[in-house]
Design a binder for this molecule. Structure first.
Ligand SMILES: *[C@@H]1O[C@H](CO)[C@@H](O)[C@H](O)[C@H]1NC(C)=O
Length: 230
């Protein structure tokens, strides 16, 4: 991001609004003595459930989430917090789906719109995906069934990015929105390594026609809808 005089002035205002006299007492034995429990930071795939399982958690009880402390007013930022070095809008349709090089017809009646923003300096991909008329269950040997694959139009290739599957938001629309920063993982192993190993979003920018977005259904395993990035 480019810092302008106005930005710096905004940051200065925010800094002066923060309390400056907060002192946390060190625990007995000092901070080094704190034994942090294993959690997602220890490369666990899932956050360990509490005793009794997630279903036993009563979110109405007191806690940080029950009565959030008042935040100081957020600084007003113009536009998106992210800067993209490229942007793609991909219409995904059943007619583009192939198995190998053989058209399968995909999932009749379904379609999709993948809005993809890349920042190749940060190796960051942001996405706003909508799938319309999806049927069946998501189905893929990868960690999710919604991907960017590397292959030219009419050909098949490995997933390089696995997006969280779009979820039902009503009116026959499924949506998935967020960002991921490399190193990436698809959860699909090929030749002993994850198909995202070493992948960098700049590879998409160098040759967007060599990549496509898709999602897979149990009713159309090779793909429900598909579209090339260029
Ligand atoms: C894709 O094609 C291969 C043959 O090339 C076939 O064995 C496989 O069953 C097909 N997959 C699907 C899901 O149709």
């Amino acid at each position: 991001m480019r810092f302008t005089a106005a930005t710096l002035a905004t940051l200065a205002v925010v800094a002066s609004a923060l309390p400056t006299d907060v002192h946390y007492e060190a625990p007995k034995g000092g901070w080094e003595s704190v034994d942090y429990p294993e959690g997602t930071g220890a490369n666990l795939h899932e956050y360990p459930p509490p005793p009794g399982g997630w279903a036993s958690v009563d979110y109405s009880k007191t806690g940080a989430g029950a009565a959030p402390a008042k935040c100081p007013e957020a600084p007003k930022m113009a536009g998106s917090p992210f800067t993209f070095t490229s942007y793609y809008e991909v219409k995904a349709v059943p007619g583009e789906v192939v198995n190998g090089t053989t058209p399968t017809g995909g999932l009749a009646g379904a379609s999709g719109l993948f809005k993809i923003g890349l920042n190749s300096e940060l190796n960051l991909i942001c996405y706003n995906i909508e799938i319309y008329g999806f049927r069946g269950e998501y189905s893929s040997p990868a960690a999710t069934a919604t991907h960017i694959h590397e292959a030219a139009k009419g050909a098949s290739g490995p997933p390089r990015i696995a997006f969280p599957n779009p979820v039902d938001v009503g009116n026959d629309v499924r949506r998935s929105v967020g960002c991921q920063q490399g190193p990436f993982k698809t959860g699909l192993m090929a030749n002993g390594q994850d198909t995202a190993t070493g992948f960098h979003v700049s590879q998409i920018e160098k040759n967007p026609a060599g990549f496509f977005a898709d999602t897979h259904s149990s009713l159309a395993v090779p793909g429900a809808v598909r579209g090339q990035l260029a």
